[in-house]
Design a protein around this ligand. Structure first.
Ligand code: SAM
Length: 206
């Protein structure tokens, strides 16, 4: 959102998250990049975005679960319908959503996250078809490459590993080490090169 506000000086932006730490981080990042009157971060449910009226551009990146309580993959259908209601006529939606790059094996599913199922995600073609059924045309279809995934995962792990390297408190460090070990196993033995992330730029149609 901040990159868009920098590129479009007349635009205003609203960022919503349930997590106060995330909205505070957004506000802090915004200070150097966009005048305060053009940007707002609200702690609340994503449904509030829709309550403010339609927007010219709706960004939903890795957050479709914020727009539906349904069990995957139905939550993607619900999220697309909610996004269709949130976007103004002639506007655009950018949806960042996961999909299977290929069918996961049972060993990969067992390593991924608790209760991971082969039928909880679509493939890329199926995901784009859902967007079309929800009242969109796909203007641009992109996916995160291996390098982007590795940078994302390594960035997360590096922060934790750097912190662990400075810790002298064994119980706290042990708990964190176990958590990060579980996450790394889930990535490297589970979803690496299996889970994809699509970026769909969607045009609403009647
Ligand atoms: C995977 S993160 C993605 C965050 C952000 N879109 C990004 O690209 O960095 C998912 C976020 O959704 C937030 N979230 C979950 N349920 C939500 C809801 N009902 N309303 C608003 N935010 C929600 C979580 O707090 C979390 O920060």
């Amino acid at each position: 959102m901040l990159r868009i506000l920098e590129a479009v000086p007349a635009a205003t932006g609203l960022g919503i998250d349930l997590n106060e730490e995330d909205t505070a981080r957004g506000r802090e990042n915004a200070e150097a990049r966009a005048p305060a009157e053009r940007v707002e971060f609200v702690r609340g449910s994503a449904a509030e975005g829709g309550a403010r009226g339609p927007a010219d551009l709706v960004l939903c990146l890795g957050a479709s679960h914020a727009l539906s309580d349904a069990r995957p993959p139905q939550h993607t259908v619900d999220a697309l319908q909610a996004l269709r209601r949130m976007v103004a006529p002639g506007g655009r939606v950018l949806l960042g959503e996961t999909f299977w790059q290929r069918s996961p094996t049972s060993a990969e599913l067992a390593a991924m996250w608790p209760g991971a199922r082969a039928d909880e995600l679509h493939d890329l073609a199926g995901l784009v078809d859902l967007a079309v059924s929800a009242g969109f045309r796909p203007a641009w279809v992109e996916t995160a490459g291996s390098e982007e995934w590795e940078e994302f995962e390594s960035g997360y792990h590096a922060d934790v590993e750097e912190w662990l390297a400075t810790q002298r408190d064994p119980p706290l460090a042990n708990e964190t080490r176990e958590r990060v070990d579980r996450h790394r196993t889930s990535w490297l033995r589970g979803y690496r090169e299996v889970l994809g992330l699509a970026y769909l730029t969607l045009i609403p149609v009647d």
